[in-house]
Design a protein around this ligand. Structure first.
Ligand SMILES: *[C@@H]1O[C@H](CO)[C@@H](O)[C@H](O)[C@H]1NC(C)=O
Ligand SMILES: *[C@@H]1O[C@H](CO)[C@@H](O)[C@H](O)[C@H]1NC(C)=O
Ligand SMILES: *[C@@H]1O[C@H](CO)[C@@H](O)[C@H](O)[C@H]1NC(C)=O
Length: 488
């Protein structure tokens, strides 16, 4: 996890706790002062206005029509400044066989529940991920959606979301953002496929050339689907100078946006939002069988897997995967005595990842489900484990312990052979030479930069591009037309 990677020293952990305490405090104050009636007053108040061409906003190029509920819902995703008093979009809905569009008012909300974010590292960020949604009364299929922003218009294409029927797990991988060790990807694909994953959706912002080559290799095999996650680009000229640059003032490239878009694209019964360095495994059998058994015919909509740091001997970064058959586990890292219960819950969120029933998921946060479409569904703690690779786990000074969990449900040696085949034999087609070593220099550069932006109270990690460009030649996604602000 991006967030966990910053937990480098005990000093850092102490400051993390202080900050979390502060958020909890803030959160309480906010929820108390904004009583429901006050909120309603804001919503019904005379200050209601449409989002116009002077408002800083960019839209994801696809609008989704979600047919998983009885009344279909239109969902539009954006990155923008806080909406403050109730702002709505004027949206023209174009339907098959209808000449004139239907105009609708569509209201928005921040994906994190708060704007600016209540998460301390993201609080200084000016731009936050939002969703605008409305129930659709129209019957026919939609052909396009046009947002009228005063003098500008933004046209979005439309994608329909239906209840998934294919049995399997779809993995959503948050934007690959600078530092991803390519060996992690090889293990991730091999282990998750053995656990029942059938589809991999990978949002891509930037990586080393070697990591990109490995992603391209799996994409050519049809195993992963890359989704472009480029720079957000500038706001239109007439308002650009009034606001911060979006890329420099959106939290770690607004991955709340990518992950909530991805969970809609899951076409399998089960989905997961899990990073390249994490594999969720059950005690016995495959993750797919275990999760299907736990969720089918029950009120369980998601299962959380508790974090376990593991390392391998030899390290997989030597491109020798033989250590994967018996990973080393570490005792829990970090302060054990947390008294404040909210505080404890917040911290514990950081130590879990989850998989979910794709028919019922509505919104998710980075480490937990925010809401289900079916309000009777709950999240349950699994008796499985999240195997979380940490290249520097030894420096965390934790004791090693033994646990019954393994990366593969069976036949580990067969999977290890597969991985060796991929990196040593197929590698000529990937790298054109022997597997290249992984340099940790650029990761340190990112950590130092993140620390600096935190100390300066700046939007976390967002302004690291020049630091990163100074130490390595990165492959950036440069797809155009992903984030739109409209034409006059
Ligand atoms: C694991 O699952 C298999 C098949 O479902 C079963 O036969 C076996 O007894 C289980 N092993 C344990 C340790 O639970
Ligand atoms: C997902 O939830 C739906 C609705 O409750 C249910 O019919 C289905 O069996 C669940 N699927 C899985 C894999 O849990
Ligand atoms: C394990 O994998 C090998 C191939 O490496 C295969 O021949 C063997 O049948 C597999 N065993 C089981 C129990 O699946």
């Amino acid at each position: 996890m991006v967030i966990l990677k910053t937990f480098k020293s005990s000093l850092c952990i102490v400051s993390v706790f202080l900050f979390v305490f502060f958020i909890v405090l803030n959160y309480n104050l906010l929820s108390e002062s904004y009583s429901n009636s006050f909120k309603n007053m804001l919503q019904l108040g005379a200050s209601e206005r449409n989002v116009d061409d002077l408002f800083p906003i960019k839209f994801y190029h696809i609008a989704f029509v979600d047919y998983r509920t009885n009344t279909p819902r239109l969902r539009i995703f954006s990155i923008n400044g806080c909406l403050r008093n109730s702002k709505y979009l004027n949206v023209d809905i174009y339907q098959k066989g209808m000449r004139t569009p239907t105009r609708m008012k569509v209201y928005g909300r921040p994906l994190e529940g708060h704007c600016p974010s209540a998460y301390w590292l993201a609080t200084p960020c000016f731009f936050s991920a939002h969703t605008f949604e409305t129930h659709l009364t129209v019957t026919g299929g939609l052909t396009k959606v046009v947002i009228e922003l005063g003098l500008r218009q933004v046209e979005l294409s439309v994608q329909e979301i239906h209840n998934p029927v294919q049995i399997g797990i779809t993995m959503c991988v948050q934007p690959v953002y600078y530092y991803t060790q390519w060996q992690n990807i090889v293990l991730y694909i091999e282990a998750w496929r053995a656990q029942g994953a059938t589809r991999f959706i990978v949002f891509y912002h930037s990586s080393t050339k070697d990591t990109r080559k490995v992603l391209d290799y799996y994409q050519k095999l049809g195993i992963i689907e890359l989704r472009p996650w480029p720079s957000f680009g500038n706001l239109p000229n007439d308002i650009a100078e009034k606001y911060p640059n979006i890329d420099n003032s959106a939290y770690i490239f607004a991955y709340f946006l990518a992950l909530n878009i991805c969970i809609l694209e899951v076409k399998t019964t089960i989905g997961a939002v899990i990073d390249f360095d994490e594999i969720a495994v059950p005690l016995n059998g495959t993750t797919l069988d275990y999760a299907t058994k736990e969720m089918t015919g029950t009120n369980v909509g998601a299962l959380i897997f508790e974090n376990n740091y593991v390392s391998m001997n030899p390290s997989i970064y030597t491109s020798d995967f033989s250590g994967v058959s018996s990973p080393t586990f570490y005792s829990k890292i970090g302060p054990q005595k947390v008294r404040h219960s909210k505080f404890k819950r917040f911290i514990s969120y950081l130590l879990f990842q989850f998989i979910f029933n794709a028919s019922v998921i509505e919104l998710c946060q980075v480490h937990h489900v925010e809401s289900f479409l079916d309000k009777s569904k709950i999240t349950k703690k699994s008796d499985g484990a999240l195997l979380h690779l940490r290249f520097n786990v030894n420096s965390l000074k934790a004791n090693t312990i033994s646990k019954p969990f393994r990366f593969f449900p069976n036949n580990a040696s067969h999977h290890i052979e597969n991985m060796h085949e991929t990196v040593w034999n197929k590698v000529k087609s990937i790298f054109g030479k022997t597997p290249p070593p992984v340099s940790l220099k650029s990761l340190n550069t990112f950590n130092i930069c993140e620390k600096r932006s935190e100390n300066q109270g700046m939007c976390h990690g967002a302004t690291c591009k020049s630091d990163m460009d100074a130490v390595h030649e990165w492959v950036y996604d440069r797809t155009e037309g992903v984030f739109l602000s409209g034409e006059y």
